[in-house]
Design a protein. Sequence first.
Length: 235
Amino acid sequence: MHPHDHSHPHEEKHLKSSALITDIVIGMSDGLTVPFALAAGLSGAVDSTAIIITAGLAEIAAGSIAMGLGGYLAGRTEIDHYDAELKREWEEVELVPEREKQEVRDVFAEMGLSKEIQDMVADEMCKDKEKWVDFMMKYELGLDKPDPRRARHSAFNIGVSYIVGGLVPLSPYFFNDHPIDGLKWSCIITVMCLFVFGFFKAKVTGQNPWVGALKVMLIGSVAAAAAFFIARLFD
């Protein structure tokens, strides 16, 4: 089998993995931080963990739906944009083929190919309009065909990641009768998770993992502390 045949499946796997990681990062970022801050704020204002649990679960439900819907709409927007550009490209190939043919030459000119090769490749490619349009979509517009299932998968991945992240800071309140006791354990567990999540996030994005871990941990801690002291102030 030609070496090229092996590269394509590997690339697709890589792209799908990247999309999944992106969804998890989006969902976990808010899932760990927002319920943590909400529970901390309520801990400074109420004397019942039942209230905190009820409000926290309601927020996790609403937040996961909102975040998942946002991911779905983003995926649909990408698909709609691609379809609109594809339709426009087909119209231009039909109506102004010479201009589109020149654009093919321009793409190869940017690659440093000679005028003779530009003309030869352009003439050969333009015999097949479907391949011609696909080439223009990818190399002129920089657009790859989106996976039609991507929007649904993204909504699910982001929503589930938000729920998992949100249950982390809320879980200690299930096992403590006093909000402050629940908050102490919530801080310990959530700060540790924020550190690990920040480390992982920075590592997959090519940043310094220790700096990324401290940054994410600090942001979540500041948000929770601000919510707690503001609630105390107005209580």
